[in-house]
Structures are given as C-alpha cells and as structure tokens.
Design a binder for this molecule. Sequence first.
Ligand SMILES: Nc1nc2c(c(=O)[nH]1)N[C@H]1C(S)=C(S)[C@@H](COP(=O)(O)O)O[C@H]1N2
Ligand SMILES: [Mo]
Length: 220
Amino acid sequence: MSDDDRSEPTKLTRSKQRWASEGKFLTGATDRAEGDRLPPGQHLVRDWPVLDLGQQPDIARERWRLTIDGMVERPVTLDWAGFMALPQTAVRSDIHCVTTWSRYDNDWSGVATRDLLDHVGPVDAAAFLTLLGYDGYTTNVPLADFAAADALLVHSWQGKPLTREHGGPVRLVIPHLYFWKSAKWISRIAFLGADKPGFWEVNGYHRRGDPWAEQRYSED
Ligand SMILES: Nc1nc2c(c(=O)[nH]1)N[C@H]1C(S)=C(S)[C@@H](COP(=O)(O)O)O[C@H]1N2
Ligand SMILES: [Mo]
C-alpha cells in the first residue's frame, strides 16, 4: 500500500459520501416526532410474538451461509466468520407487524445493510431485492428501503444471540417497514432490476409495506 492509498478515504467512507451527495438511498427511513412513533392501527405489546410459516429451520452457526448474488459487482457466499468479520453495528428500533402489534426498543446488533452493500457493490441498474429464508420464505424490498441507515442483518437481540424461533442465527431487520419484510433464517439476498413479489406479496400483501401509510394489502 502506498502513502497515496493510505491518505485516501476508505472505500466505505467514499460510498457513504457518494450516497449522501447523490441523495441515494435516502427515501427509506425518516426521522419521526415521538408523537408519530406508533403507526396508525397499531397497538403496543411487551412480549415478542413469533410468526412464521410453521417451520423453524435449525441452522447452526457453523452450517449457516448467506449468498448475495444477482446484480452486484462482487457476488459472495459468507460463512459465519466472514459475516462476523464485516463491520458490526448496534441499533435500537421498533417492530411493527401487519397483524397490528408493535414492540418498542429492541436492541439489535449485526451488520448494517449499508456495509453489506459496500461489500458487494450493487450495479447501477439494481433497484429491488428478493430475500430468501432457509424455510423457503421469500419477500421483496426496494433497494432504497433495504439501504436505510437503521436496517441490519442481526445476530443478537437485547445482547443475546437471536433465538431460532425469531430467525437465528441471522435475520434481516428493516424497522421502517412492516415486519414481514424482515426475513428470518436469511439464506440469500438476490439483487434485481425489477420488483418480484414474494410469498405474502403474492398472497395480497402490499409490495412495499410502509406502516405509517398503512400499506397492509395491495390495491390491485
Ligand atoms: N424466513 C421467514 N421470515 C419471516 C417469516 C417467515 O415465515 N419466514 N414471517 C414474517 C412475518 S409475517 C413476520 S410478522 C415476522 C415475524 O418475526 P418474529 O417471529 O420474530 O416476530 O417475520 C417475517 N419473516
Ligand atoms: Mo407478519
């Protein structure tokens, strides 16, 4: 590495500067007033309900792999060590489930989706993602929502490893969308040029799922 290289911003810093200057990915999370914290039609719960397709795959950390492919410059399959070697981030956020419960102040830790994006380099034409779980679940999200500053691939909740019932070893958390977008037991992230409805979206759920706009069901 030359002195010139060292004095340059890191690749991550560069892409953050690029995102900021282009206003790219800024349509996702927004700052909200405290009075606007609970989305319309939601009620607060203290426990954390479990919802899935009735099958909770048992994936040990040693066996877990995450494949990231499609419209990216550097497709990759990460194992546990590779995932944990990425920058680690902690975020406190709220959960909003389309079945009307919300749960405040969840302390997550894992890898920020922005750091993952920097690792794989989406091509310019990439605009949507399909997220897949080890249980066969699929869901779709716009790249701009996936890239929200508080979206994480999490391995821990309240300081403890994420349990199997909640999607451990690793699940996605996108706090500003309904929780069905947050794939549990995540196994693959595919970058696409066009939107492709996932499991619930094919069954009538909204393509985007913004809780503050009550995007519960699709209109078409
Ligand atoms: N792999 C996978 N991810 C999933 C689901 C699923 O069935 N399989 N269900 C979704 C739905 S509908 C909800 S509400 C949340 C529930 O997460 P929880 O069980 O941790 O509360 O996970 C989402 N992610
Ligand atoms: Mo759900």
